[in-house]
Design a protein around this ligand. Structure first.
Ligand SMILES: [Zn+2]
Length: 190
């Protein structure tokens, strides 16, 4: 072991740096949520295939990301973001963007009639690669894909970055897709 591992100051700054990174990620996630709400989103899609209102007890915490982590100690933030997978960005939608893959939550009863929709081709998130750039997911074109050990990030044309775990199923929109993006928007491995 190096001497620095016994130096309390070094340990402290490592924890602080990790906590600062976590705080940045929290702010970024909150911004994605706030911007989706500004664009008219009123419901949330859950991983369990349900549509919820923002007030539903089962998802409320996922919308108010900033306050969920309020008062956390730097060490707690470091552990949560390093080993707990970090912040989950909820999938916010307007009511008419909800299709028949989703069912209405019986607790919060959002005023949504999911539209029947042809479900497009899908792949495991871990299989994503440069060939998927230019495809569309929920109407948004995929601009860049970042594969890291524990998560997969997709950047969409509207600037939103969606994060997925490697076991998540990514469903593309049906139909032809545009491949007119430039080379600099290629897949990046980090
Ligand atoms: Zn609900």
């Amino acid at each position: 072991m190096s001497a620095s591992s016994c130096n309390p100051d070094a340990t402290w700054s490592r924890v602080e740096n990790a906590a600062n990174d976590a705080r940045k990620e929290i702010e970024r996630a909150q911004k994605v949520v706030d911007e989706a709400i500004e664009r008219g989103a009123t419901v949330v899609l859950s991983g369990a295939g349900l549509v919820h209102t923002f007030e539903c007890p089962s998802i409320r915490q996922s919308i108010d990301i900033r306050s969920r982590y309020e008062g956390w100690e730097p060490e707690e933030l470091m552990i949560e973001f390093r080993y707990g997978g970090g912040v989950h960005i909820p999938h916010l939608r307007t009511t008419d963007q909800v299709d028949g893959r989703y069912k209405v939550c019986k607790i919060c009863k959002p005023n949504v009639v999911p539209k029947p929709k042809y479900v497009g081709p899908s792949t495991a998130a871990s299989n994503l690669g440069s060939k998927h750039i230019g495809r569309r997911i929920d109407g948004q074109q995929v601009c860049a894909i970042n594969l890291s050990v524990d998560k997969i990030a997709i950047q969409f044309e509207d600037g939103v970055v969606g994060t997925f775990s490697s076991s998540d199923r990514i469903v593309f929109d049906a139909g032809r897709h545009s491949v007119s993006l430039s080379n600099e928007l290629a897949t990046q491995h980090v």
